[in-house]
Design a protein. Sequence first.
Length: 303
Amino acid sequence: MAETTESATFSPRPQSSRRGGKKRHTPLDRVLSAGDKRESSFASRMWRAIADTLTGSSNALLRNVNQDDIRYRLLRAGFPYGMRARDFLAFKMMMMGLCPVLFVLCLPILDYIFTLLGIDWNVNFVWWLGAILIGAFYGFKFPDIWLSILTRQRQLSIQLALPDMIDLIAVSVEAGLGLYAGIQRVSMRFDNALSEEFLRMIHEVRLGRSRADAMRDLARRVDLDDLTTFTTSLVQAELLGLAVANVLRVQSVRLREKRSQRAREQAQKAPVKMIFPLVFFIFPALFVVILGPAAIRVIATRF
């Protein structure tokens, strides 16, 4: 009965909304038609042409770079702006050319500021060369740092959304849906990174991949401890024939307790984080307000 319910609900595409004659776009539409959306924008097509020109003129660079690793990192970051591996390499090349120019332009500004301050600072060839080299280094590292920041932000959003989505998946399974039908039904109701990852996993299962492999690939792709534990529990439950609804409930309670624990830890760290702004910004202002009138009065009486 559960398999019948799952096969009936685990449809290849969500049904379009007929209300008003407009199609309702869902997270699954974004997962399946990401490439079409990238090509529809004029700015995206212009950037794609520039990226192909930059990377096409350096085929030796493309052969020496591990593009699979770049694709994996872009996948973990959610393919920001629809970037391909060639686009990311072109972005790196552009930053390596742009940052040295910006650093070189900063030297005359610094020279002018030091001149106003009366500091004798001679901008010679060593400074120009250093600005070019440091700018090229920062231009090379900036795209990697930017991608790492996007990945961490995506992991945080997935971590925050996971307990609520597991609760709804458990309710759907208890109502009679199969596990993957419940995951799809709940993912359609959310518009976040976790729903896109779940729908990508479901799409891989439809294409013939085993459920266990799709689950493990989801955990490896997101690289989050909570999601890894969740997927491992589901894989073990399917292998051992355990009740999936009970497993979902246990995982939901565990994740909510961990979320509360993380919130308490952040609250305990707050006083330490407040020391720097208190000492360097708030206390000096208070001292000026409190001691300022007294200092003026003392100076006036002495002179």
